[in-house]
Design a binder for this molecule. Sequence first.
Ligand SMILES: [Fe+2]
Length: 293
Amino acid sequence: MKIAAIADIHGNYQALITAIHHIECWKPDRVLVLGDIINRGPRSLDCLHLIQEKVKTDDWMVIKGNHEGYVLNFTDPNFPLDGLEFEFRKIIYWTFQAFNENEIQSVAEMPEKLELVLQDNQLIRGLHASTAGDRVGIYPDSSGSDLENLVDTKADVFLIGHTHQPFIMKFRGTLVINAGSVGLSFDGDKRATYAQITLGKKGWAGEIIRIDYDLQAAVGDYEQSGFIPDGGPLAELVLAELKLGWPQLSHWFRQYESRVLGGDISLDHAVAEYLQNPSIEQIRTDIPMLYPL
Ligand SMILES: [Fe+2]
């Protein structure tokens, strides 16, 4: 039994088609998609349509993540469409506006969790982030006491994404695999990422796979799609995330959100100032990416 898990595509169509090609060459029995297919990137609809096609033709299983939720928030007629709070969410609105009613409906209907029961009652469960919610991620350094509240230890294999930082660990007999991000890595390795999981005679094995893809074409999609400039100033931060392989939006919000809201600095200036010195961390080589049989 071979299972591929992919997560956090974020509208990066170039990375997605490369990952799919790699997965199909590996010939898994099932492919599981762990949410954040759309938003925080330029080609959400293309990615959604491709994944939906795979669900129909190849029985792929899909759940939604927090970014599907962010886009669905705009279906609420009372959601603000002006002011600074809207400017902060302009990327999401740009994504939302491209969707028709049926496409929004199909996103709303995605389940939030997935489960596969295999031979010998082997149980695979998948969530976008953790059992504590779709915005509470599991990191390579999450402590044992945190993991008690984050990991579904009833499962033999527990699959997650969300942090864009892949790893494999064993916790209380459960193989926990963060599949990383297909489209927007946050660990300094800019390649597309997914997880291969295999059931052998001795149990489950897992491996994080990294694949080169056409990053230049992905960068081109940011401008050709209109994501830049129509996504507003923060879209530049997402492009920096793509080019650098490290998170920028979260750092920007920590440094500038209150100053922008307080009128100390304009949004445009805050983004320009931040991008003079974006966040680049040390690449770690101590994170387990393999759990062999
Ligand atoms: Fe994500």
